[in-house]
Design a protein around this ligand. Structure first.
Ligand SMILES: *[C@@H]1O[C@H](CO)[C@@H](O)[C@H](O)[C@H]1NC(C)=O
Ligand SMILES: *[C@@H]1O[C@H](CO)[C@@H](O)[C@H](O)[C@H]1NC(C)=O
Ligand SMILES: *[C@@H]1O[C@H](CO)[C@@H](O)[C@H](O)[C@H]1NC(C)=O
Length: 403
């Protein structure tokens, strides 16, 4: 197994450590990072951090076994952009304040069972409502069929280090499931499957250890694919950049960010979630330490702030360590405002957000979230949230479409 090469890791400042304190996975990573720095990496069971994933459709799959489920999944995801999505008048839309728990529980005692999650970081959802979940703390990816209460492990073995040191992010693309193996600084590809099994992965990025060269990555928490242009993006958190991965020859190119943290319009500071507007190719990046969401038009390296960017705090014009971003068909932005334990909507050109889920106070009731890190909508605009510190996936149903 590839072990991280610690020599090339730059120290992270105390200030950073403090500001990421609301994020359990990041905190965890920081602790281990320092530990690694002191003790050198010999101590094996040291894990690092997180994962990310992105939701992208799964395209064609003329599969042999497993074909029925796969075909359903694929058909649905493939046609996502052509499917008639329910109308949404975003400015007036209302989501139920009480969520339904789709899977998981804040009780972590039995977290290896298939009904529990541990520090989940990412998820994908298809048009039928089936989910792939990066169950990061359990070092596995779980497939959860719609309405099921138990998932199926489709990658990883629930044993830390046997395959993943935190399965951070997942993207489904063609007949592969891509997973960010956070603690090993690599991206693995698995055969896309919806049946229980622990296939071996293939390393597609990460042969050259952790670092900031163009053939290296450092802590990819989230990934995204522009299916229309076949562009695969990786959010390279500690390198303050977004990379483009060519899936034909597995080479990396710089997409946006300079590699050096900063707050001007070409810089990023610890980027997390990314999402693509596939109609325009625009890239939305959650620039966590700048407490903002940046939009990069296709081929532009200059970002435009579409949410936050006014420092951190709890006001409606603030974000606080945002983790992920989603968009609706009109280009309105939805942010997992992790440090504020809420999901906020920023309409196009808005100067402040509107809370659509969560109360702003961390908690475990069905109206509350505790460090939400990822959000997705199904085709009916129901909102799914990875409620990381509560070890669960919550669904806030659309109550009124606003039209
Ligand atoms: C899932 O549950 C919902 C609500 O009970 C139901 O309408 C839907 O048909 C179910 N879907 C499947 C595939 O079982
Ligand atoms: C990806 O790599 C292949 C093989 O090297 C090359 O032919 C293709 O042009 C590359 N694609 C992009 C978008 O650079
Ligand atoms: C980025 O900043 C530069 C320098 O301030 C400015 O000239 C440019 O217009 C900005 N780009 C965008 C897209 O706002």
């Amino acid at each position: 197994m590839l072990e991280p090469t610690i020599a090339s890791v730059q120290p992270i400042s105390h200030q950073e450590e403090v500001t990421v304190q609301t994020n359990r996975l990041l905190r965890w990573w920081m602790r281990h990072y320092h530990h690694i720095g002191l003790a050198s990496l010999a101590g094996s069971a040291i894990l690092v951090c997180i994962m990310a994933v992105i939701l992208l459709p799964i395209v064609i799959h003329n599969s042999t076994k497993d074909s029925e489920q796969c075909v359903t999944l694929i058909t649905t995801t493939m046609t996502m952009s052509s499917i008639l999505i329910d109308p949404l008048c975003a400015a007036n839309a209302i989501w139920k304040s009480q969520a339904v728990t789709i899977v998981g529980s804040s009780d972590r005692t039995n977290s290896l069972s298939r009904s529990y999650l541990k520090d989940p970081n990412d998820m994908l959802i298809d048009t039928n409502g089936n989910l792939f979940i990066a169950d990061s703390g359990n070092n596995r990816v779980v497939y959860l069929p719609v309405n099921a209460t138990e998932g199926r492990i489709v990658a990883g073995r629930s044993i830390r280090g046997s395959l993943f040191k935190y399965a951070a992010a997942t993207v489904a693309w063609k007949d592969q499931l891509y997973v960010s193996d956070l603690g090993n600084y690599r991206i693995l590809a698995f055969p896309l499957s919806t049946t229980e099994g622990s296939p071996d992965g293939t390393t597609i990025v990460g042969h050259y250890g952790v670092g900031s060269a163009l053939n290296q990555i450092d802590s990819v928490y989230y990934m995204s694919i522009d299916r229309m242009r076949e562009l695969f993006y990786l959010s390279d958190f500690r390198n303050n950049r977004i990379l483009k991965l060519n899936l034909t020859d597995n080479t990396l190119q710089l997409a946006v960010g300079t590699g050096i943290s900063g707050s001007n319009n070409v810089s990023l500071n610890l980027p997390l979630g990314i999402t693509i507007d596939e109609t325009t190719g625009s890239l939305y990046v959650t620039d966590s330490r700048n407490h903002r969401v940046q939009k990069f038009n296709l081929n532009s390296i200059q970002g435009i702030t579409v949410a936050g960017g006014t420092g951190h705090g709890q006001n409606l014009f603030h974000l606080n360590l945002p983790s992920s971003v989603a968009i609706d068909p009109h280009g309105n932005v939805y942010v997992a405002d992790s440090g504020n334990h809420r999901i906020v909507q920023w309409l196009v050109n808005a100067h402040q957000g509107r809370i659509i889920a969560g109360t702003g106070i961390a908690g475990i009731s069905n109206t509350q979230l505790n460090h939400p890190v990822q959000l997705k909508f199904d085709i009916h605009h129901n909102l799914y949230v990875v409620d990381q510190n509560n070890n669960r996936i919550q669904r806030f149903d659309l109550q009124y479409n606003g039209c």
